[in-house]
Design a protein around this ligand. Structure first.
Ligand code: DP6
Length: 399
């Protein structure tokens, strides 16, 4: 049994990962069920560097459902949170009616306390809703003894969250049904499939908060003819090509498609009326740096992708990692009095050749990038066995 019974409280703690899409989801055909206009594909990142941890407690003595996010009590009545809670309770009740012995047969009728934290700064503007909803759904499902297809529930919290329910390389099949039953995530390959693949997150020093994805994609669906063309005629072929590139571990094909798809997503943002700009001057410099670097070697060694904000995510192979980190350090000299510039998995220092820097030929931009997180692909949600790691105490309140 994953839970601990203390003072009549059942506590379960789990962790869930962030994912970064290489074929982007942008646009819904159903706002309530969160059904997308196109399929998408992402890499689940390792939880050592980026994860959400969630504890859910339930007890017959709790008076109401409550939630605490990163130390602060939050609104439990948000419609998306309510959709996930309602759906999981319905599945638990159904399981009991069907005669399946659940972990705690009556837990679905009790109120819950939810406490969730990220191991990365929310201020960095990294997509935290995917890990957050995946973690909430996974933890609640363990508490309520619900099994089976859960990406469909996570999707109703935040579209991209359904892909965080699996590790490695994950596709979200858009589905065709109106009820969304076929709009689910599935693993394409496990995280162990391509161990040479590495990920760098370049956290750009942002000046302003960009338009959120939910509102942004809604305006895009309403106004961008390019987005419709993308969903109908471009993404289906790209999904097939991307899956094939991953299966044969073809970085050149994977990288080129990743960059083209990020660029097309940002083009649909520009085609939105009024236009939405997520890329900053620093983002655009990272784009030219990557192309100049690849150009110098005459092959695709690094690939960038950008979500609804200015941070760059770089995919590369381990043999090129150290040099590219040094290239970033050279062209975006960090603030010396700040914290560590390179965080996460260690990267050995290298010296750049004069030939490389003169061929790149860009003027360095100081302090454009706050720090780099070095990581790789990782597994899906995990149960935390150690009861000392629960975020809620035996009174059901944050520790
Ligand atoms: C640009 O999943 O955050 O990161 O479904 O409205 O919650 P909602 O949107 P969200 O959108 C993510 C958009 C993206 C691309 C992607 O992750 O595929």
């Amino acid at each position: 049994m994953p839970e601990d019974k203390v003072n009549n409280i059942t506590l379960v703690t789990c962790t869930a990962p962030v994912n970064i899409a290489v074929i982007k989801y942008w646009g819904k055909r159903d706002e309530d069920l969160i059904l997308p206009i196109n399929s998408s594909l992402s890499v689940t990142l390792h939880q050592d560097e980026l994860k959400t941890t969630t504890t859910v407690a339930c007890s017959s003595s709790f008076k109401e459902d409550r939630i605490w996010l990163n130390g602060k009590q939050d609104d439990i009545n948000q419609p998306r949170l309510q959709s996930c809670l309602r759906e999981l309770r319905r599945l638990a009740r159904k399981r009991r009616c069907d005669g399946d012995p659940g972990t705690d047969a009556l837990a679905y009728s009790h109120k819950v306390h939810i406490c969730s934290v990220n191991n990365f700064p929310t201020a960095a503007g990294l997509a935290s809703s995917a890990a957050g909803y995946a973690c909430l759904v996974y933890t609640l499902s363990r508490l309520l003894g619900v099994e089976g297809e859960l990406s469909e529930v996570a999707r109703q919290g935040s579209g991209s969250a359904c892909r965080s329910m699996y590790g490695g390389f994950v596709q979200w099949c858009k589905g065709d049904q109106d009820d969304g039953k076929d709009s689910v995530a599935e693993q394409v390959e496990a995280e162990s499939h391509w161990p040479q693949l590495r990920v760098l997150i370049l956290v750009v020093s942002a000046e302003r908060k960009p338009v959120g994805s939910t509102a942004g994609m809604q305006t895009s669906v309403e106004t961008s003819p390019l987005l419709k063309h993308r969903a109908d005629s471009v993404v289906p072929g790209r999904m097939e090509e991307m899956i094939a590139a991953i299966r044969r571990r073809d970085f050149a094909a994977f990288g080129e498609l990743t960059m083209k798809d990020s660029n097309q997503f940002h083009a649909t943002c520009m085609d939105t009326y009024p236009p939405i700009f997520y890329l900053s001057d620093v983002s655009r410099s990272v784009i030219s740096l990557a192309h100049r670097y690849n150009q110098h070697y005459g092959e695709t060694r690094v690939a960038y992708t950008f979500d609804a904000g200015p941070n760059a995510v770089i995919y590369t192979l381990d043999q090129h990692l150290a040099e590219f980190v040094q290239v970033v350090r050279h062209y975006f000299p960090p603030e010396t009095n700040g914290g560590q510039f390179l965080r996460g998995l260690p990267v050995s220092p290298v010296v750049l050749s004069e030939e490389l820097t003169s061929s790149i030929g860009m003027t360095p931009i100081s302090k454009g990038i706050s720090y780099i997180i070095s990581t790789k692909a990782g597994p899906g949600p995990q149960l935390v066995e150690d009861p000392s790691l629960h975020l809620l105490g035996s009174d059901g309140l944050p520790k």
